[in-house]
Design a protein around this ligand. Structure first.
Ligand SMILES: CC(C)(COP(=O)(O)OP(=O)(O)OC[C@H]1O[C@@H](n2cnc3c(N)ncnc32)[C@H](O)[C@@H]1OP(=O)(O)O)[C@@H](O)C(=O)NCCC(=O)NCCS
Length: 206
């Protein structure tokens, strides 16, 4: 990878199917046998928390190899403090671990900052997100409501000092739980994609 062999642009309607397939390919068997993140993306584009200005695809020689979307979210403290989260973030399997994910994340975070976001929260792998400045959120006084001691709940200030003096809890936006709410719709949606074998693999969360 070098700085000149990819471009990043906003996702267009015509990209939706291709990007959902890319998301499915990227997440397949990673956190569970199969995956659901492509359905989350499919539904989230119509959600009130979706941020269309931060819905990016990464292209390499005309092929979409990456995608990320952002969502409005909030920390519950004495007041409600609006922040953002993001994801799914996906890099096509054949392009993983070549620096593209970090490049897409860093680009999108700059745009999120320009749009006024003060901080970003995410549940994820510190080994990846730490490279882009995320820290374990509880060290900053912000805890994941469903698992307050979680080390996988991460946060990054986009505005220096934004989290100073804040102590609170965080819940993911409702839109991320669509698969739990509509399992039958998910199965119908998933059936439109080419068959892929679901495997139980070491390191999966579910
Ligand atoms: C996670 C993902 C977006 C990262 O993109 P990527 O292009 O593979 O990652 P990068 O090459 O930019 O990684 C940059 C650095 O982060 C770290 N890193 C990235 N993925 C990692 C992993 N799975 N485990 C440990 N460290 C990781 C590494 O230090 C890497 O540098 P290195 O390859 O020189 O060691 C991509 O692998 C992906 O689509 N994964 C499946 C979907 C997913 O898990 N999305 C995130 C959900 S929270």
């Amino acid at each position: 990878m070098n700085k000149n062999d990819y471009t990043i642009r906003l996702e267009q309607k015509e990209d939706y199917k291709e990007v959902e397939n890319l998301t499915r390919e990227a997440f397949w068997n990673v956190y569970r046998p199969g995956c659901m993140e492509h359905f989350v993306l499919h539904c989230f584009r119509g959600d009130k928390d979706f941020v269309p200005e931060l819905d990016f695809v990464m292209e390499k020689y005309g092929q979409i190899i990456g995608h990320v979307m952002y969502a409005h979210s909030a920390i519950k403290a004495d007041d409600t403090i609006p922040i953002m989260t993001f994801g799914p973030i996906s890099i096509a399997p054949e392009f993983k671990r070549q620096g593209y994910g970090k490049a897409l994340l860093d680009y999108s975070m700059e745009r999120a900052k320009e749009l006024g976001a003060g901080a970003l929260a995410i549940t994820g792998n510190i080994l990846f997100y730490g490279k882009s400045g995320f820290v374990i959120a509880k060290t900053k006084g912000i805890r994941y409501e469903d698992d307050p001691d979680a080390d996988y709940f991460l946060i990054k200030e986009l505005k220096e000092g934004f989290l100073d003096g804040i102590s609170g809890t965080y819940k993911d936006p409702e839109g991320y739980f669509v698969c739990d709410k509509f399992p039958a719709e998910f199965e119908k949606y998933e059936a439109q994609f080419p068959y892929k074998e679901k495997l139980e693999l070491p390191g999966q969360l579910v």
